[in-house]
Design a protein around this ligand. Structure first.
Ligand SMILES: [Zn+2]
Ligand SMILES: [Zn+2]
Ligand SMILES: [Zn+2]
Length: 206
């Protein structure tokens, strides 16, 4: 019953919207996702987010409170962090370089999508900081503004997450299709985590 403890978290406001985890990313949940480009769809989605300040340095960020289940109550937070090129640590994307996508290695903006592993815990709220380089995420993916992206990590309950890996994959799958992602590289996520390759490939080939 102690899954959700936001008492120490001043930032969460009463009346903040809660979205259903299981449908998040489907048409109408919460955005219509009928934009003609990835960027349009991201913008439409962010309209529904709670604007955060200071969770990731000077970068603009948003959060979405997601209800996974009611009994026992489990809420997670999805964070989206916009990384403008001026604040980027590296001009060229090393993930694009790795996969051989040289033609769009430099872009104006990247969007990080993160599900922290223990986002509902008091410990998380105390720091209220998103570690973009860290490994402690249930899900961490980054998209370039042109819709090309990289799935950087998926950690299921085996690795201390609140969710089993397949639920995170399904969530990721919905997000990719909702946003109209064009191509997503997987690097060695699958090998490392022993994920279901059929699922991963289905997403990658969209
Ligand atoms: Zn890249
Ligand atoms: Zn790019
Ligand atoms: Zn990560």
């Amino acid at each position: 019953m102690s899954q959700l403890d936001l008492s120490g978290c001043k930032k969460r406001k009463r009346g903040e919207r809660v979205f259903k985890f299981k449908v998040f990313g489907e048409r109408g949940y919460p955005a219509e996702f009928n934009g003609s480009t990835f960027q349009e769809n991201v913008r439409a989605l962010l309209e529904y987010g709670q604007v955060e300040s200071g969770v990731c340095g000077a970068m603009a960020s948003w959060s979405f409170q997601l209800e996974v289940r009611r009994h026992p109550l489990l809420h997670l937070f999805l964070f989206v962090v916009e990384e403008p090129i001026e604040l980027s640590l590296e001009l060229r994307c090393k993930h694009c370089q790795y996969i051989g996508w040289g033609h769009h290695m430099i872009c104006n903006k990247k969007y990080h999508f993160l599900l922290p592993s223990k986002s509902g815990s008091a410990e998380y709220c105390k720091s209220n900081v998103i570690e973009l380089q860290g490994e402690g995420h249930s899900l961490h993916a980054v998209f370039h503004s042109n819709g090309f992206g990289h799935l950087l990590c998926i950690n299921g309950s085996e690795s201390g997450s609140d969710l089993p890996g397949y639920q995170i994959m399904e969530f990721w799958d919905r997000l990719c299709s909702g946003l109209g992602a064009r191509k997503v590289s997987l690097k060695d996520v699958a090998k490392k985590k022993g994920m279901d390759l059929r699922l991963l490939h289905a997403v990658a080939l969209r």
